[in-house]
Design a protein around this ligand. Structure first.
Ligand SMILES: [Mn+2]
Length: 268
């Protein structure tokens, strides 16, 4: 983690975050607020499923912390960060505003990002490949009650862990990697997306949607997934020289707290 730090903030050229699912209990708003308070970038891409309109239609849930997330993003716009919002399937109601901009936030269906080292990356949410995917099992699972129950259990587990001063741990992420079908689904999704990007003549692709952060090369195409703020709490960043990295924010918080707990040595 050698990003240039200005004040308390790590400075990046670009940050990509997605699958925040504001308006649901699963959203890890506190962790995201911490992330937004400790980072900065020239450009911020919101890669879809920022607000969960599906779930909100069923049951309205909007705690103060979710407002704080929105407020921090608006504050970034005022400070001069270029913010591009690419709605996903859970916030598809914003897709009708494609091409418009609200409060300085540009709404796009997809975008082409040029990295500092001159590579062209296609940026999209990723649900556009759902129809191509032959195995819908994992997505069906994402939408159903079992997943919601798992998310709730995740919250309880982490409250207990917090009480014992243990770092955040994603139960659902752990469960997902144990399920063989989910693993097969994820790698097939990654291949389908990379292939589609290759056909468009770009060097790589950045997406979200499947809640699995990754940096991988597939058939000569760079595949990047920024993960989510429900399970993994991850962001994708581009360093000032074009190098890409996935930040695991729970780990970043843990190492910061370890550093703060270390006794300060005074020069003799
Ligand atoms: Mn999605």
């Amino acid at each position: 983690m050698d990003a240039v730090t200005a004040g308390n903030r790590r400075r990046y050229r670009t940050i990509w975050i997605s699958d925040i699912h504001l308006g649901t209990r699963g959203c890890n708003a506190a962790m995201l607020i911490d992330f937004l308070d400790h980072t900065d970038s020239d450009t911020l891409y919101l890669v879809g499923d920022i607000i969960d309109g599906w779930r909100m239609r069923k049951r309205f849930y909007w705690p103060a912390a979710h407002n704080d997330v929105v407020r921090r993003i608006m504050k970034r716009v005022r400070r001069g960060t270029r913010v591009v919002y690419i709605p996903g399937n859970h916030d598809e109601m914003f897709r009708q505003f494609t091409g418009l901009s609200f409060g300085g936030i540009e709404i796009r269906r997809r975008a082409i990002h040029e990295t500092a080292d001159g590579r062209k990356l296609l940026v999209l949410h990723g649900d556009e490949f759902d129809t191509v995917m032959l195995t819908h099992r994992w997505l069906a699972y994402v939408g159903d009650a079992a997943y919601e129950a798992l998310m709730r259990l995740n919250i309880v587990v982490n409250r207990v862990r917090q009480a014992f001063k243990l770092p955040y741990w994603s139960l659902s992420k752990h469960a997902k990697h144990k399920v063989k079908n989910a693993v097969a689904f994820i790698s097939r999704f990654e291949e389908v997306v990379a292939h589609a990007a290759g056909e468009r003549g770009v060097d790589g692709v950045v997406c979200g949607h499947i809640h699995t952060a990754e940096i991988r090369e597939i058939g000569g195409i760079a595949y990047y997934n920024d993960g989510d703020w429900v399970e993994g709490c991850t962001a994708l960043v581009e360093h000032l020289d074009g190098r890409m990295e996935v930040l695991h924010w729970a780990e970043a918080i843990a190492s910061r707290e370890r550093a703060a707990a270390r006794p300060v040595r005074l020069a003799a």
